[in-house]
Design a protein around this ligand. Structure first.
Ligand code: SF4
Length: 353
């Protein structure tokens, strides 16, 4: 694996400025999946999601392969989930990381194929990740370990292709005492039908909105219909979880946060995404604008993606946030691009040597 020159930098925590003006504070919000566990509904959802694996339609690609027999579709995932890494992550948004970290569980593989993926070691690995296949019981144990370690939440990264496996493990963990919020940290390419089965199980939705143009999404992520699917998914997430609720300690308990990674040459079409959020999701929506792009993975083969973003490009995007009245959330400092370079070949992918 190539060495990243940014690893020499001394600080890894992503620097984020809070731009929030108003937010809802609640003292006591219990995860809703506990009610579903007690009523038996959580088990029914788990069974319904597992059924979708027989002709896989978990995500909008609808490959219709039988994953219960380990057939692989676009995402290359079989029946058992691949857990590439897990840790208490201190570099997420402050309402997620808090003081004790966000209990982050990284699934291997992905239903997108971004040429610039900053997690490409685990999302599009050159060798198989089958050795990291994990039983549902072990995945539940990992959640309980992270909770016992004090993490504020369980944060599933890239769950879209593993949502059935995730829910089965949540059911096991909840029956053994899991009681912290679940974060669904996805690339935004989610099926509304699948999301409906997650209603009441997920406390905090944390989707990306990556592109505002399908031609760009196809060129760089092999996805012909990203824009409409991501927008419909975000509307469904908002319907389920509502606006962000933060407790008296500054920790998120439920709601929606939308992440937007700014690409060079405005390839992310940021204004399209911000207009959609402002007009259809709501101006009070929490946004996390990210400047951390650097040309990872195969990005150097694509001239328009082969550099970091310029400060002037970033300022323009932040101006669109203001233009559309989106003043809740966080913006990374421009210099954050110098600090972000995870290495999933280490036990602690976000540590700095
Ligand atoms: S989850 Fe994987 S196999 Fe299923 S539809 Fe999506 S890409 Fe295809």
């Amino acid at each position: 694996m190539g060495q990243c020159i940014r690893r020499r930098l001394k600080q890894m925590q992503l620097r984020r400025r809070n731009i929030t003006k108003t937010f809802d504070v609640k003292n006591e919000v219990m995860p809703r999946y506990l009610d579903l566990l007690n009523s038996g509904e959580l088990h029914k959802r788990s069974v319904a999601l597992a059924e979708k694996l027989r002709e896989c339609t978990l995500c909008p690609r609808e490959c219709k392969v039988n994953r219960t027999k380990d057939e692989h579709g676009f995402c290359r995932s079989g029946l058992l989930p691949v857990v590439a890494s897990y840790c208490a992550h201190h570099g997420e948004e402050p309402v997620l990381s808090g003081t004790r970290g966000s209990g982050t569980i990284f699934f291997g593989y992905c239903n997108l194929s971004c040429v610039f993926c900053q997690n490409h070691q685990i999302s599009q690995p050159v060798r198989s990740l089958r050795d990291n296949e994990t039983s549902f019981e072990r995945l539940a144990e990992i959640m309980l370990e992270l909770q016992a370690g004090g993490c504020h939440n369980i944060n599933f990264v890239s769950p879209s292709h593993c949502s059935a496996q995730m829910v089965r493990a949540i059911e096991i963990a909840a029956s053994k005492g899991l009681n912290i919020p679940i974060v669904y940290n996805s690339n935004g390419y989610d099926s509304v039908e699948t999301l409906k089965l997650l209603d009441g199980i997920i406390d905090i939705y944390l989707p990306d909105i990556k592109y505002g143009n399908d031609n760009t999404a196809f060129r760089y992520s092999k996805c012909t219909d990203y824009v409409s699917h991501s927008m419909n998914a975000i509307l469904e997430m908002k319907r389920q979880a509502g606006d962000l609720v933060i407790d008296e300690h500054g920790i998120a308990k439920k709601g929606l946060i939308i992440r937007h990674l700014v690409l060079p040459n405005d390839l992310s079409d940021s204004e399209v995404s911000f207009r959609f959020i402002s007009e259809e999701v709501g101006r009070q929506t929490f946004i996390s604008a990210m400047s951390q792009y650097f040309p990872a993975h195969k990005a150097h083969k694509h001239p328009l993606l082969s550099r970091s973003i310029r400060e002037s490009e970033y300022e323009k995007v932040l101006g669109w946030l203001e233009k559309y009245g989106l003043d809740n959330g966080w913006v990374q400092d421009y210099s954050s691009r110098d600090y972000y370079c995870p290495d999933f070949e280490r036990d602690r992918p976000f540590a700095v040597e």
